[in-house]
Design a protein. Structure first.
Length: 118
């Protein structure tokens, strides 16, 4: 049943993003930023943690989950280190994912052959 709810919640988040792309004049970059900010806001309100616990990877993998991770990292770092945690907490919490995405991009650049877009 966990797979079912992860699929439903993750799919609903993706549908919301696709509807924003299709029905608005927002660029994909602005939609991505809006999703991360929405994850931070929902986390600050205390609404995203129960969703992430319920849906698992369906809620933690999309960009809303990245915003939630950044917010929780800041909260934990502020509780541990004080005001300095505002600057270090988000990146510390997300360091593994950021490093993995950079390495995946590097590997794709090494394997793929670039060509002219025209």
């Amino acid at each position: 049943m966990n797979y079912f709810w992860a699929f439903c919640v993750g799919g609903a988040l993706c549908v919301a993003g696709q509807l924003l792309i299709d029905l608005t004049k927002l660029t994909p970059a602005r939609i991505l930023v809006a999703f991360v900010v929405a994850g931070v806001v929902l986390s600050a309100l205390g609404w995203y943690a129960p969703l992430a616990e319920f849906a698992g990877a369906g809620a933690t993998v999309p960009l809303l989950g990245f915003g939630h991770l950044l917010a929780q990292g800041v909260v934990n770092a502020v509780n541990k280190s004080g005001l300095l945690g505002v600057l270090t907490g988000g990146l510390t919490a997300a360091a593994g994912g950021i490093c993995a995405s950079l390495l995946a991009g590097l590997l794709a650049a090494l394997v793929a052959k670039s060509r002219d877009q025209n």
